[in-house]
Design a protein around this ligand. Structure first.
Ligand SMILES: O=C[C@H](O)COP(=O)(O)O
Length: 248
């Protein structure tokens, strides 16, 4: 669950996390990760430590430490026992101008520190041309996964997050999601071993809600969802987790 920068006060973040821990205390079949707003990440990690909810950062600097004013270091994330790093979200690519090369550096740094990158990729414009969509995603993956070893794929999560579905009322239609996710695995065959590609986790993000989760995840190639605004209540997020649990 990505909070983006919607919930920024520590007390709110603590209350949200406590409620979530309580609601989901018996949920052990689905991996759950909160990506809090960066200013509250420490507080959330305190609440979720030794629970079944994991914490990650929405971004990290491309180097561990040094001259990088205003950035968040992976060292700080490791210090609070964070396990995931979201990399290449559209907001990072478009607002902050992150290049494919920079995204690749962050991804390699994350893997080298034994944390799990959640790499966001996807097409910008809505189109029915599957070939165009997959070519764009292949271009992103080719650059973002540069120098990644085949056996490292099992430590990576790819979030298929088409830009035109982020912050909207509706998610992408589910047949499109399923075709793209299948296509991603197939395109990666050019670069990686098929047995390693099977271990790669691919999730979908973009206006995911309790109402559309079942249709989105009802496919063998998709491993989960990246929840944004529509999981902004603990009970709604828990609903999504339960739908996934009963579907897998
Ligand atoms: O990281 C999540 C994506 O930004 C999707 O957000 P959204 O579900 O609010 O559209």
């Amino acid at each position: 669950m990505n909070w983006a920068m919607r919930q920024n006060k520590n007390q709110d973040a603590i209350q949200f996390s406590r409620e979530l821990v309580e609601i989901l205390k018996n949920s052990n079949q689905v991996e759950k990760v909160i990506l809090p707003s960066m200013g509250t990440i420490h507080s959330v990690a305190e609440v979720t430590k030794e629970t079944n909810i994991k914490v990650g950062a929405q971004n990290i600097a491309p180097i561990e430490h040094g001259e990088m004013s205003g950035e968040y270091s992976i060292e700080s994330l490791i210090d609070i026992k964070g396990e995931f790093v979201e990399i290449g979200h559209w907001e990072r690519r478009l607002i902050f101008g992150e290049t494919e090369e920079l995204i690749n550096k962050k991804l390699l740094l994350t893997l080298n520190n034994n944390l799990t990158p959640i790499l966001c990729v996807g097409e910008k414009e809505k189109t029915d041309d599957l070939e165009e969509v997959l070519s764009e995603i292949e271009r992103q993956l080719y650059n973002n996964l540069y120098q990644v070893k085949s056996e490292e794929l099992e430590n990576i999560v790819i979030a298929y997050t088409p830009y035109w579905t982020v912050g909207q009322t509706y998610a992408s239609n589910y047949p499109h999601v399923h075709e793209v996710v299948k296509g991603i695995r197939s395109r990666l065959n050019k670069y990686f071993n098929s047995s390693d590609i099977e271990k790669l986790r691919i999730i979908y993000g973009g206006s995911v809600s309790p109402e559309n989760t079942k249709l989105i995840i009802d496919n063998e190639d998709i491993d989960g969802v990246l929840v944004g605004r529509f999981g902004s209540e603990p009970s709604r997020y828990a609903e999504i987790v339960k739908i996934i649990e009963s579907n897998k």
